[in-house]
Write a protein that binds this ligand. Structure first.
Ligand SMILES: O=P(O)(O)OC[C@H]1O[C@H](O[C@H]2O[C@H](CO)[C@@H](O)[C@H](O)[C@H]2O)[C@H](O)[C@@H](O)[C@@H]1O
Ligand SMILES: O=c1ccn([C@@H]2O[C@H](COP(=O)(O)OP(=O)(O)O)[C@@H](O)[C@H]2O)c(=O)[nH]1
Ligand SMILES: [Mg+2]
Length: 738
């Protein structure tokens, strides 16, 4: 039976060393609590770190055995790995960068090295467990390199990745020395999930700008497969909180708290110790409330739970001191004999007590400056059996995208926070109920089980999509058939597009000269008298002649405008072509060049081309759409046509294209073997002009093509062509045709 393997840095159980030995407790933090509800089904297993360093092998055995009874497999980290990988790269480089605190980020080579090494360690652990049909689901920023590492070992594996923290704007990522490697690591997955659409957009823009990979509707075209990118806002185990709220045990705790506090309104604050959570800002706002609205003295309490977290990282230790000091100062300033404004707990609470705090609270004050999702907000909502209670929520938490009925605030605007608190404490019961009911409906429906189902369905879909594509791929069997048909044919027409087919794209088109390997390949193919080799390109004739003119091959240049047979001279596809129109169009292109840094114009005899490969990807696409509209309008009612290629727009004569030219080479009696290779939109015209039995091959990852087969890249093309040459030497054609 196939299983799902969840992998995260932290396991949902954390092991602690006490005087009496090892103890096993639930972990805090949204990832562990959120997914903790689902991993135990079937044969599923969760791979991760148990939260402490265990060096001794007897202890490791004990931990492994106990965790395996609960479907967990530990990855042990040494003290040095905890320091350099966990506290170092994960929480002193990635965490601050991804939460828009670059001033806190450190860039240490040793931390990066440890990050790579620990990701490899996780990779080994997964490989030991994963069967070929299993689904691998990698979680979060500590393991960004893992999908790619797994993909290298298991090209066919089903791999999902989910990021629990924000994905920041491209600018933040570019400030990171290892940005490109991290993106490539993530792209090893088949599906990449984020909490919100914004995070997903930031990721796609970073992939486009740093790796030069474009996407169509969130599908990134990798050379070997498409990768789906999507938003999946994570939910909680709603029933667990809703049921707890009405349980005896929880009500008992709630009542005890209520008696201890007396008759005051309760504002609740729960987070891990983290500068991203805005805890200090929150305390300032509460202090301001007491200052500006003295009517709340002795009538309101802030219950503040801060769960210890990453306290060996300098910024966390400093924050702890800041909070201690602030709480001390505010309490000292305002407390009375019978009233202590802030009840501050620096520890974690067992589930029932946490649940009782949610039930008790009138207001939940959730004000992170950045937060991937924030599950505390959702847990509070699920715990409100009577639909009373108000959620104040930072607009910078992922949860704010869904919870529109919360009182949304900007966490750096203290005045707004004070006013929202004041408003929340007085909000009429009916309005509380209306808002809470709407939010409960949403949180109940999109719970963590629905979230998992949605992710898994999309992951399966991405796999199916890849497989449908794979039917078009020139597999070994099809390639053998092609080679056989080639070997037995007396006459063969070989039509090769140049850029993107025979050579890889270069930043500057003038740098895409043919290398020795290619010249040899073409020369050898052309040397066979049965072969007619044609380079069919959009390039100008001068360049083609300079680069390839010494070979005994034919040329179709400028997308079919200029033709030359081997050894012959150039002639036009059609007499009487005009070029005066360039005078009107050229100034428009000049304008677009000046408005689009990096773009350029190429002028050919009978066409003009605007190139934007070197421009910023977003700006280039925007201007291209604009220019296309502009030119389409200008060329209506003329015999000109605007052609869209890969990062180019070309204005040329309508009715002359690669297909019309290719048809001339077919002649009245087409050769028994025709092979056409091309990567671009313009090559579709060639494919369309050829008979159905021709071997038409589309080069590159995008599937939509008229070609019969797809090959992945230029390297694959060259391997195919040299395999045709080998046939001649290994199997004499006479033998094959006999
Ligand atoms: O493992 P730790 O270093 O102790 O940190 C605890 C976890 O914190 C982060 O949680 C995030 O996931 C939540 C659920 O998706 C989300 O609501 C929240 O906004 C995130 O901050 C972290 O992403 C986890 O990897 C940590 O285990
Ligand atoms: O004493 C506590 C306080 C909080 N939590 C849990 O910690 C998680 C915090 O997740 P959130 O997404 O809000 O933030 P994160 O810590 O993941 O950044 C929530 O599920 C809380 O229920 C806990 O287990 N024990
Ligand atoms: Mg091409």
């Amino acid at each position: 039976m196939s299983k799902t393997i969840i992998i995260s840095n932290r396991l949902p159980t954390k092991v602690q060393r006490t005087a009496t030995g090892l103890t096993f407790q639930p972990s805090e933090g949204g990832l562990a609590t959120g997914l903790g509800s689902i991993y135990q089904a079937g044969d599923n297993v969760w791979v991760g770190w148990p939260g402490l360093s265990v060096d001794e092998s007897a202890e490791q055995d004990q931990v492994r055995e106990q965790l395996s009874a609960d479907s967990m497999a530990p990855v042990f980290l040494s003290e040095a790995e905890i320091r350099d990988f966990y506290e170092g790269f994960s929480n002193s480089t990635l965490w601050p960068t991804f939460h828009y605190f670059p001033q806190y980020a450190t860039y240490e080579q040793a931390h990066w090295d440890a990050y790579v090494a620990v990701n490899e360690k996780f990779c080994q652990a997964v490989l030991e467990l994963a069967g070929p049909d299993d689904t691998i689901w990698v979680q979060d920023y500590q393991l960004l390199l893992l999908p790619e590492m797994l993909r290298r070992e298991r090209p066919e594996a089903t791999i999902g990745f989910f990021l629990h923290i924000p994905f920041p704007s491209y600018e933040l990522l570019r400030g990171l020395p290892w940005g490109a490697e991290l993106l490539r690591g993530m792209l090893g997955a088949d599906l990449i999930g984020f909490h919100t659409f914004d995070y997903m957009q930031h990721f796609l823009s970073a992939v486009s700008r740093l790796l030069g990979l474009s996407n169509h509707n969130g599908q990134v075209e990798m050379p070997d497969r498409p990768v789906l990118v999507d938003a999946f806002p994570m939910g909680i185990d709603y029933q667990r909180y809703a049921e707890a709220a009405i349980s005896k045990a929880v009500q008992h705790h709630e009542q005890a708290y209520r008696e201890a506090l007396g008759d005051t309104r309760v504002v609740l604050s729960i987070d891990r110790l983290d500068y991203s959570k805005g805890i200090a800002q929150r305390l300032h706002a509460f202090e301001e409330l007491l200052l500006q609205h003295p009517e709340w003295h002795e009538r309101v309490n802030l219950l503040m739970v801060v769960v210890p977290s990453r306290d060996r990282v300098a910024q966390y230790a400093a924050l702890k001191e800041e909070i201690d000091e602030l709480v001390g100062r505010i309490n000292a300033q305002y407390r009375t004999i019978s009233w202590n404004p802030i009840h501050y707990f620096y520890r974690s609470f067992p589930f029932d007590e946490l649940s009782a705090l949610y039930c008790l609270a009138d207001v939940a004050l959730v004000t992170p400056v950045r937060d991937g999702m924030n599950l505390v907000a959702k847990e509070f909502i699920a715990s409100k059996a009577n639909q009373r209670g108000v959620l104040i929520l930072s607009e910078r938490a992922g949860a704010a995208q869904e919870l529109a009925e919360a009182l949304l605030i900007n966490p750096t605007d203290t005045n707004q926070m004070v006013e929202s608190l004041h408003e929340a404490l007085r909000l009429p019961a009916e309005e509380q109920q209306a808002r809470m009911t709407a939010m409960q409906q949403l949180v109940r429906q999109y719970d963590v089980f629905a979230w998992t189902r949605l992710f898994m369905d999309r992951l399966a879909y991405s796999k199916i999509k890849q497989q449908t594509l794979a039917t078009d791929v020139l597999d070994t069997q099809a390639q053998n058939q092609l080679r056989h048909d080639y070997a037995v044919a007396e006459r063969r027409l070989l039509l090769f597009d140049y850029d993107g087919t025979l050579v890889r794209f270069t930043h500057n088109p003038q740098h895409a000269r043919p290398d020795q390997e290619l010249l040899k390949l073409l020369g050898n193919l052309a040397a066979d008298a049965r072969n007619q080799v044609v380079v069919i390109s959009g390039r100008d004739r001068t360049t083609l002649e300079r680069w390839l003119g010494h070979l005994p091959i034919d040329f179709i240049a400028e997308h079919g405008v200029w033709l030359r047979r081997a050894g012959g001279s150039w002639h036009l596809f059609q007499e009487g072509l005009r070029a005066e129109w360039k005078r009107d169009i050229r100034p428009i292109l000049d304008q677009y060049v000046s408005r689009t840094p990096g773009s350029s114009i190429e002028e050919k005899d009978y066409s003009l081309v605007w190139h934007y490969r070197r421009a910023d990807a977003g700006l280039g696409a925007l201007r291209a759409r604009d220019l296309l509209n502009h030119l389409t309008f200008m060329t209506s009612n003329t015999d000109l046509h605007v052609l869209e290629g890969k990062k180019v727009l070309e204005i040329k004569h309508a009715g002359i294209h690669k297909g019309t030219a290719a048809a001339q080479w077919l002649g009245p009696e087409p050769p028994p073997f025709v092979l056409a290779l091309g990567d671009d939109r313009t090559d579709e015209d060639t494919f369309a002009a050829l008979p159905p039995e021709a071997y038409t091959l589309k080069v590159g990852p995008t599937p939509r093509s008229l070609a019969r087969y797809a090959v992945s890249n230029v390297a694959h093309v060259r391997q195919l062509l040299s395999s045709l040459l080998q046939i001649e030497t290994i199997v004499p054609p006479a033998v094959l045709s006999a």
